[in-house]
Unconditional design. Structure first.
Length: 101
């Protein structure tokens, strides 16, 4: 068997409603949550919008942990560095654009 594909882990805080919507849409598309979030990130990096600073440290947030391919992670790092923000801001913006809370 071939070894596992290399992946990079990322973490972002999202609202519980956003997490439910992500799971619902991933199931409807027949994809895993990781594959669905990876597609959301790809779509955002192809057509970026203005970044949204996330509401960190809110009590009703869920920490969402998922994996990206090394290439997508590199693009995420590059985008975050060019705007001088953490990677989680870019991820939060991509998720919030698709799933406003």
């Amino acid at each position: 068997m071939p070894p596992k594909a290399p992946r990079r882990q990322v973490i972002v805080s999202v609202a519980p409603k956003q997490l439910k919507a992500i799971d619902r849409d991933a199931a409807a598309a027949g994809k895993s949550r990781r594959a669905w979030l990876q597609q959301i990130m790809e779509d955002f990096l192809l057509k970026p919008t203005e970044l949204i600073a996330g509401p960190y440290r809110k009590k009703n947030r869920v920490r969402l942990r998922f994996h990206l391919t090394p290439y997508l992670h590199q693009q995420l790092k590059r985008t975050a560095a060019s705007h001088a923000v953490p990677q989680s801001v870019v991820i939060y913006t991509a998720i919030t654009n698709r799933y406003p809370h």
